[in-house]
Write a protein that binds this ligand. Structure first.
Ligand SMILES: *[C@@H]1O[C@H](CO)[C@@H](O)[C@H](O)[C@H]1NC(C)=O
Ligand SMILES: *[C@@H]1O[C@H](CO)[C@@H](O)[C@H](O)[C@H]1NC(C)=O
Ligand SMILES: *[C@@H]1O[C@H](CO)[C@@H](O)[C@H](O)[C@H]1NC(C)=O
Length: 408
């Protein structure tokens, strides 16, 4: 992800020479094809020999296979063309068209067994047999959104995650290769885009189909103290208590906003809390139940598939998401909870907040904070509207303004 080379963008000085060679090879190639194709049943049936030749651009092929000699390419091609592809002789042409409506949208023209709609972050080798590439397949993923200044905190964090985790770093400050001072960084996946937020990255790089290999995904801030946390132990408890969306308890230090996420001593986990008078008109709804915060959430695969769809492209701070997570699991007050016996400390290191711009006499962080609040109410309004429209379409109206707490 760090650098993308677009073939065709950079033309080298020896291009003329290459063009001549290419043309020559092209002629030879065409000759071989012409000689060999008429005997192929598909070619006869579909009259392929003419249309197939011109679109093959060897320059392009050579660009893509820059390490291979032309002879090797020709050899590879002659092996391929000997194979039977497509229908056999005698079948009507209209039988040969693939259209599978149950395929993922856009892939209907492909035979289902070739369709690959999900992927993972497993790094592969460039050589050897593909099936022997992977010595392990981590089944959990943790993504941190980081600046280089927080590297020691993140290093400490990563050490609390076993080899069963794929580590993903989203870099908001453009400093990526410097992380290789840590051995684990060389195995990690690095994504860099300047001054973007955790939810911006999550929306773009953690699509459910992209992280489909992982049973649980952690989408964490960079300023968490993890001295009393171990990811494997944490997940044992998550599984034991059937939590689809969870977070570790927060050490009750200054700046704690919600009772729900406060760590309880001598407790393994909790799903309910009491709040200040009047904050919880409904005891099974946020912020008294079915609620965690957005700084250190952990999602099951299924829960994430839903939550990803709820993230708005433009509301990058994610404020207000925590109140809506409950919509993704049922019953939410049973499947959302806080693990007390593996807990973290929210260190509130100002980081991305300082990446704002000073404007109208306001400090950078003020502008960012203002936007966070604004996004919260925008998200609430969108959700309320969406529900309203949906229920209206079913023929009844609801008043759901009361279902979301107003922001403080
Ligand atoms: C192939 O197309 C013809 C003409 O459109 C049609 O009559 C025939 O039923 C089609 N065959 C199949 C197997 O669909
Ligand atoms: C990794 O996962 C496997 C299978 O779930 C488990 O047996 C192993 O103990 C885990 N590794 C660590 C370090 O916990
Ligand atoms: C919806 O409920 C709120 C609070 O109960 C109330 O203030 C508001 O007027 C109601 N809106 C409508 C359209 O009935």
């Amino acid at each position: 992800m760090k650098s993308v080379m677009l073939s065709g963008q950079v033309r080298k000085p020896n291009e003329m020479q290459r063009l001549i060679l290419t043309t020559f090879v092209g002629i030879m190639f065409g000759f071989f094809l012409g000689v060999s194709f008429p005997s192929h049943p598909l070619a006869e049936k579909m009259n392929l020999e003419a249309p197939l030749l011109p679109p093959i651009d060897l320059t392009y092929i050579e660009d893509k296979y820059s390490g291979l000699s032309t002879q090797a390419l020709l050899n590879a091609w002659s092996t391929l063309k000997g194979r039977r592809v497509g229908p056999s002789k005698g079948q009507a042409l209209n039988d040969t068209k693939v259209w599978v409506p149950t395929n993922p949208r856009g892939s209907e023209r492909l035979p289902p067994r070739i369709v690959v709609s999900e992927t993972d972050f497993y790094r592969r080798r460039l050589w050897g047999l593909p099936e022997e590439d992977l010595s392990s397949k981590p089944n959990y993923l943790v993504a941190f959104t980081v600046g280089y200044d927080q590297r020691y905190d993140i290093d400490a964090c990563v050490k609390k995650f076993s080899d069963n985790f794929t580590i993903v770093l989203f870099h908001y400050d453009g400093r990526t290769s410097e992380w290789d001072e840590f051995e684990w960084s060389k195995q990690a996946i690095h994504v860099s885009a300047l001054k973007q937020t955790k939810w911006w990255y999550a929306k773009r790089f953690l699509h459910p189909n992209v992280v489909a290999a992982y049973d649980y995904i952690f989408i964490w801030d960079e300023d968490l103290g993890v001295e009393n946390f171990d990811a494997e132990e944490y997940l044992k408890l998550v599984k034991k208590h059937g939590l689809e969306i969870s977070q570790p308890g927060l050490e009750p230090n200054s700046g704690l906003t919600w009772q729900m996420t406060k760590r309880r001593e001598n407790s393994e986990f909790h799903k309910f809390t009491e709040e200040k008078p009047g904050w919880c008109p409904n005891p099974v709804l946020p912020p008294c139940a079915a609620f965690i915060e957005i700084m250190a959430p952990v999602f099951s695969r299924n829960a994430w598939r839903c939550v990803w769809h709820m993230i708005q492209n433009d509301l990058v701070h994610g404020w207000g998401l925590d109140f809506a997570l409950r919509m993704c699991v049922e019953p939410a007050h049973e499947k959302i909870g806080v693990i007390d016996s593996q807990w973290i400390v929210h260190q509130s290191v100002p980081s991305l907040v300082n990446q704002g711009v000073a404007e109208d006499g306001k400090a950078p962080w003020e502008g960012v904070r203002e936007r966070c609040r604004k996004e919260w109410s925008m998200f609430q309004d969108r959700m309320a509207d969406a529900e309203q429209v949906y229920f209206k379409s079913l023929g009844f109206s609801i008043n759901n303004t009361a279902r979301y707490p107003t922001q403080m």
